[in-house]
Design a binder for this molecule. Sequence first.
Ligand code: ADP
Length: 346
Amino acid sequence: MAAIQVDDLTKTFGDTTAVDGLSFSVEDGELFGLLGPNGAGKSTLINVLVTLLRPTSGSASVDGHDVVSETGAVRNSIGIVFQEPALDEELTGAENLHFHARLYGMDRADRERRVDEIFDLVGLSEERDDRVGTYSGGMKRRLEIGRGLLHEPSVLFLDEPTVGLDARTRRDTWEYIQRMNEEAGVSIVLTTHYIEEAEQLCDRVAVVDDGDIAAVDTPDALKESLGGDVVSLDADGSTADFRRRLDDCEWVSEYASSDAGIRVTVERGDARVADLVRLADDAGVAIRSVDIHRPNLETVFLSLTGATMAERESGTSEGSGTASDSGAGDERVGERAHLAATEDEA
Ligand code: ADP
């Protein structure tokens, strides 16, 4: 049985379609990421899955329970950690966990056992009797994540688990999340707008844009789908002849040209630089500089949606990206980002 099954799920708020006909599933034990810019619809989706919002149409189940008709069973099977901190800073770490365990109706023996286990799991046993107000940001996050696991849920939802943490603490937190996934055997669904977080932490990633899932796969498969490295060539003068020559190269997966030069996708960027410079030279184009970009999930997002995540968030139409067809690619990029901006404003 899948930990989560979502079929054609839609959630609208007035004229805004926050989640637009999504279908996907999360396997048991998976660490699954929803990656997308702010406003993509990730939190809305999570809120439907945790029964805080009712879907407008479509269906979803968590741990085999329907999120509309079996809300109680869904709530018993899940743990949730929201973006906003929700710890009592005046209480100690242990008092916070005990209070929460009581809310879940756990008896004293169970509470003692489970609270000990959680402190061990999140590496805070020594600080358990310190006031939470004295904890660092990373320690608070770990305690909150641990608290979400107190009642031994089968699925844990983490909404932007490392937002507001510095880079080092973020990495530490990833380790704890991974450990919980492995040691507690809990399926984890997290939302993030950090590329690296999705790439380093998740077994599979759904790329979410504008209420829709553009692709779901392992980070490696998503990157491989781009067809290789992107070689950016800063070219001088007209590149029309150069582009015609690129069209004839079977080792060129795709390319896009913009004011900044030409970006060519090839399987082994480092091995093809000399060929590309020679090709440009034959076409009478001088190359001022060359950069090789290994694919990451940011390039994947760009390739799937035609805009970078930052452009999506700021609503700007600027953007140069890899286009699946040659030549007019950048115009289409601009147009799509502009459309998104207009929809956001609507
Ligand atoms: P994300 O979590 O990816 O940042 P959200 O799910 O918060 O995205 O938002 C998706 C879209 O739905 C946005 O356009 C947002 O403004 C809109 N939205 C979210 N919640 C509400 C709400 N309660 N009422 C109206 N619009 C909402």
